[in-house]
Design a protein around this ligand. Structure first.
Ligand code: NAD
Length: 288
């Protein structure tokens, strides 16, 4: 069977975790005409996740970018669900908190209830895909599908190959990502893969510069926007990602590389301790 016909077999996707990423990923999948079932341990988060996709579609109609019939089709492909829906899923995409223990426990639970052929994917930013694959008990049908934030807007998906991921699983995942209208880039499993290994040290350095008083937050972001042609400054980007997520990623990079060059800036820890998490909490380096 070719990769293209295999990919056509992915018609139901369970997305676990309805936060910033899970909600955006579910939206993208529903827009591609594939059933997206979104679930979350917190009912309030699940409702907010479904509402976020719905609000994006309302805006698209209001701006004349999408028609009513098209949006009705999208809505018909997005459903709230529970972990039990894994039994009918062809693919699971996990987008919960960036903690190895929580993700490992979830994959062990899901794998026990899923069909053997179901492919498991994590949207982790930095955690070892090979470690999560081991926890799932299906390491050949496990990989990273790393969407970028905001998922409905950014074209890249890093397809992360664990030590035991099969060629067929990678081919199916690449074809699936292409059906979403995204661009898959296949990379090997290593802490932070490619994107966050390069991005997070830059964000961390911007926070060090701020805590040392080298320049104001506005000035730091202005330098990177006007001098390096970045569309958004590193401190505003940290707010978009979520400061708790940034801290989790840096801790994983420091631990898994065993290299203190990734040590998180003290100011980042302080901000997270104060629950100033960026856009999602209303305040981070900037106020929203
Ligand atoms: N924020 C980003 O820019 C970004 C980009 C790419 C990848 N990621 C990764 O995506 C994942 C999710 O990040 P996010 O920013 O969407 O986080 P978030 O905090 O916005 O959402 C996480 C959601 O997971 C839910 N959750 C936690 N534990 C759960 C469990 N055991 N079962 C079900 N739901 C559970 C929470 O209730 C919450 O709704 C992380 O692994 C993160 O590293 C984040």
């Amino acid at each position: 069977m070719t990769a293209a016909t295999e990919a056509a077999a992915i018609s139901r996707v369970l997305i676990v975790g309805a936060g910033t990423m899970g909600s955006g990923i579910a939206q993208v999948i529903a827009e591609a005409g594939i059933t997206a079932i979104l679930c979350d341990v917190d009912p309030g988060s699940l409702e907010r996740g479904i509402d976020a996709a719905s609000a994006a579609w309302d805006r698209a109609v209001a701006k004349g970018r999408r028609g009513d019939e098209e949006i009705a089709r999208f809505r018909a492909h997005l459903e709230p669900g529970t972990l039990a829906d894994v039994a009918e899923a062809d693919l699971v995409i996990e987008a919960i908190v960036e903690k190895l223990a929580a993700k490992s426990a979830l994959f062990a639970e899901l794998s026990a209830a899923a069909r053997p052929a179901t492919i498991f994917a994590s949207n982790t930013s930095s955690i070892s895909i090979t470690a999560l694959a081991t926890a799932s008990g299906r390491p050949d049908r496990f990989l990273g599908l790393h969407f970028f934030n905001p998922a409905p807007v950014l074209p890249l998906v890093e397809v992360v190959r664990g030590l035991e991921t099969s060629d067929e699983t990678v081919e199916d995942a690449v074809a699936f990502v292409a059906t979403l209208g995204k661009t898959p880039v296949v990379v090997r499993d290593a802490p932070g893969f490619v994107g966050n290994r390069i991005l997070l040290p830059m964000i961390n350095e911007a926070i060090f510069a701020l805590q040392e008083g080298v320049a104001s937050r506005e000035a730091i972001d202005e330098v990177m926007k006007l001098g390096m042609a970045h569309p958004i400054g590193p401190l505003a980007l940290a707010d978009l990602i979520g400061l708790d997520v940034c801290l989790d990623i840096l801790e994983t990079l420091q631990r898994d590389f065993g290299d203190d060059k990734y040590r998180p800036a003290g100011l980042l820890r302080t901000m997270v301790a104060a629950r100033k998490l960026g856009r999602k909490s209303g305040e981070g380096f900037f106020v929203y």
